[in-house]
Design a protein around this ligand. Structure first.
Ligand SMILES: Nc1ncnc2c1ncn2[C@@H]1O[C@H](COP(=O)(O)OP(=O)(O)OP(=O)(O)O)[C@@H](O)[C@H]1O
Ligand SMILES: [Mg+2]
Length: 423
């Protein structure tokens, strides 16, 4: 039986417990109701999925697994999932009711958000994501409609995981490529290619949300999901500062890092992004503090104490320089395509032979290097091409856990590959 939207005056109690009261809103796959939890005596939101799935055991299993995982998430920036169930084959999720609005409606009524407000919202979403990522849960559908803003000013992310179970089950019905325009605008390149996604895909989506909050539009737009998906994969976003000069350079840098094509080049998860946004706040505080200092008259005579301080500072700098040089040489830190000049003996403990990644696709190259304990960094070219250059070179020795820089190109007969000998 198909679930019908509740008619006015019709009394509906789900699972002998949730009394549906009024309709709050609806999206592509569900209707959200305000309801009364008769057992707990509190107001809740019920998300009623539209289609009947009781006949698809795979869907039921995944739905239950994701719903259980989502209900284990407790964080001030995540809408709490209380319960889930089904009635006549229609699945529903019971969650915390957020009285307020969602970020999509908020942006519609505010045009471009001011920088401080946008940072606070992004930081709260990043914290919520970070909590989920720590538990191995990826949201997969971060977008303004899924960010709820309470009348008390709270920011909460909703629709963790469960929604993508529904969307995957419906993929072929949404569009021929399994994507809707409203969602694909926030898809990371790897998600647009249908790959399994990790926390960095949520970081990318949040980068798009930040971009939109501050410029009034998403970086990639088009009239079909496929066009937008291709833009995510191939095009570089215009720096958001071009559209809004009040965006500080450091914030623009954070947004552009979230929008890196390669997941490994972004902030690895929500917590790291939240930390970067916090530092931005600290820097702003620093600016204010240094301005205050600037306004104060200060004494400038040369004392013994300041001589000692300068000496210690110079010594520290020298030490830091030496360590940095050594670290680059030993490949403990990474400067793209800077080759260490020290040749390492093949017997050096902890050093292993660098694989020949050339002609491999990005995914294959990542798998090959990770198996050996290397991390891959894309430093140029076309993400959907094949590896045409790498550093360190194939068969060199490098420390386990160090990085290999690669450049990818779409191979045409004109782009040949040079044989590589170990350095
Ligand atoms: N827990 C909640 N409390 C209050 N309002 C909510 C809650 N969850 C959702 N809403 C409101 O209901 C609207 C519809 O939500 P819904 O998740 O069904 O659709 P969507 O996110 O716009 O699209 P999609 O179908 O991709 O999920 C939201 O935009 C929001 O305004
Ligand atoms: Mg939603």
């Amino acid at each position: 039986m198909r679930y019908k939207d509740k008619e006015p005056g019709q009394i509906e109690v789900l699972g002998d417990r949730y009394l549906l009261q009024s309709r709050i809103g609806s999206g592509g796959m569900a209707t959200i109701y305000r309801a009364r939890d008769l057992q707990m005596d509190r107001d809740v939101a019920v998300k009623m999925l539209r289609e009947v799935y009781s006949t698809d055991p795979k869907f039921v299993k995944r739905f239950q697994r994701e719903a259980r995982a989502a209900s284990a998430l407790q964080h001030p920036n995540i809408v709490q999932v209380y319960d889930y169930g089904q009635t006549n084959g229609n699945y529903y999720i019971v969650m915390e009711l957020v009285e307020g609005t969602d970020l999509r409606s908020y942006m519609c009524s505010h045009d471009v958000l001011d920088v401080d407000r946008a940072i606070i919202i992004a930081h709260d979403i990043a914290l919520g994501l970070g909590a989920a990522h720590r538990r191995g849960i990826v949201h997969r559908d971060v977008k303004p409609q899924n960010v709820l803003i309470g009348i008390d000013g709270s920011i909460k992310l909703t629709d963790f995981g469960i929604v993508s179970v529904y969307k995957d089950a419906h993929a072929e019905r949404l569009t021929t490529s399994g994507m809707t325009l409203g969602t694909v605008q926030y898809f990371a390149p790897e998600q647009a290619q249908g790959e399994i996604v990790g926390p960095a895909a949520d970081v990318y989506a949040l980068g798009i949300v930040m971009y939109e909050m501050l410029t009034g539009h998403t970086p990639f737009d088009g009239n079909s999901p496929v066009v937008v998906a291709m833009q995510h994969i191939q095009d570089q976003p215009d720096p958001p500062g071009q559209f809004n000069p009040s965006i500080p350079a450091a914030l623009e840098e954070i947004i552009l890092r979230c929008l890196e094509k390669m997941p490994g080049a972004r902030f690895p998860d929500g917590s790291q992004l939240a930390r970067a946004l916090e530092k931005l706040g600290d820097a702003k505080m620093g600016e204010t503090v240094s301005m205050v200092h600037h306004l104060k008259p200060h004494r400038t005579h040369w004392s013994f104490a300041s001589f000692i301080t300068t000496f210690i500072l110079l010594a520290t700098l020298l030490l830091f320089g030496c360590s940095a040089y050594l670290a680059v040489q030993l490949r403990f830190i990474h400067v793209p395509f800077v080759t260490a000049s020290m040749t390492l003996p093949s017997t050096t403990a902890g050093f292993i032979e660098v694989p020949d990644l050339r002609t491999m696709s990005w995914l294959k190259a990542v798998a090959t290097s990770e198996k050996l304990g290397f991390r891959l960094v894309l430093v140029g070219g076309q993400p959907n091409g094949v590896v045409v250059d790498q550093n360190p070179r194939a068969h060199d020795k490098a420390a386990k856990d160090s990085t290999i820089d690669v450049k990818l190109e779409i191979l045409t007969p004109k782009i040949g590959l040079q044989p590589q000998k170990p350095t």
